[in-house]
Design a protein around this ligand. Sequence first.
Ligand code: ASP
Length: 451
Amino acid sequence: MNWKFKRNPEGDTNVLVCKFGGSSLADAEQFQKVKDIVLADKNRRYVVPSAPGKRGDGDEKVTDLLYEAAAARQLGRPFLHILERIRYRYEKIVVDLGIDIPLEQEFTKIASTMMSGVSRDYVASRGEYLNGLLLAEYLGFPFVDADKVVRFDKNGLLDEEETNSLIADTLAELPNAVIPGFYGADEEGNIHTFSRGGSDITGALVARAVNADVYENWTDVTGFRMADPRIVPDAQYISSLTYRELRELSYMGASVLHEEAIFPVRKAGIPTNIRNTNDPKHPGTMIRHTAGSGDAEHVITGIAGHKGFSILTIEKDLMNAEPGFGRRVLQAVEECGINFEHLPTGIDTMCVVISDQELRPHREQLVQRIVELTQPDSVTIHDHIALIATVGRGMVRNYGTAARLFTAISSQGISIRIIDQGSSELNIIVGVDEDDFDNAVRAIYDTFVRV
Ligand code: ASP
């Protein structure tokens, strides 16, 4: 419980923190929807906007344009015409909404600060800063600049505890506020940003600091789906998810929320609700710390995965009787600076699953070092592997889940290259050839969901 933030000054109201993504604030029509959503519930007190995103296919994100301007400036090339394009985007929103914002002045300041030589982060952050000014004016809420309340160190690492106190102290005085996402500043006032999509993190930090009842993350999808709709077009929406399941699914490619956004809220026990700005009546996906074991609709919660992995297999007779064998393999992996994904082992074989991206620059070096350190009978690399994670808290209670999963895949004539079940029983990972990826995902979905 945050002692600084007196969350219920007049009684038993709730506090909701709402983050709106770039497509939710891409033009005046979207701003109108956001206003309707915020004003529909007086508990929606703190609002965190992204920069304007794409208005459709072929459109540009303001943040991409800002990075382009920063790159041009760095190379000594003209950049003012890019700022002009950005200004036009904001001006259109301002005119269409009929609000009054001194955009001319703001852009003159951005241009002159860029001339004097500033960081790429400063330039990128202006998208959220300006959108924050617009949204605050449109909603009639005070604007709290993130550079005052989101604290980074000089190296650009977030100081989460200091940020928590600063936000709590500042918002304790304000019943409502708009706080732009994506950036903050160090003690000297230099701007730093999170990685792309980082407004989700700002929203989570604000939610933690005010001890929100719910962190609402408004985007352009109606929550998480049980499988990638490009593979299973009618994949169902997931109504309830735990933070651990989310972590497993998003690590394997289900991307709706920034990976790091769950940490501040999970720590504080605050649920995150993914909602759709274009379909505000839909309850979306609710992500909680724990979910009642009875509430899982299906045995599995979701399927995620992606291509681009390799399996490195080391064989040596009597490997199991050789102490330190595994340590030496991992030493070779570590010496090459490689991050590995999984480590399924047999009696005389050990496999290391590595993404192609990690393996490619060190392939020969790694094999050579493993040979030196372990004198194996053979080392082979099997490329073009796709990993598929089948995730679900309901799997613990149900026996035969693994059998159903493997039967589903093998009945399609697909051979499973590796199997790895996390000790939590929350996740079964299989590796298949990349060409079999889509069919394997569909087979799992059909078996567990279309029943
Ligand atoms: N505008 C930033 C980006 O495009 C941050 C965000 O939208 O969350 O990455």
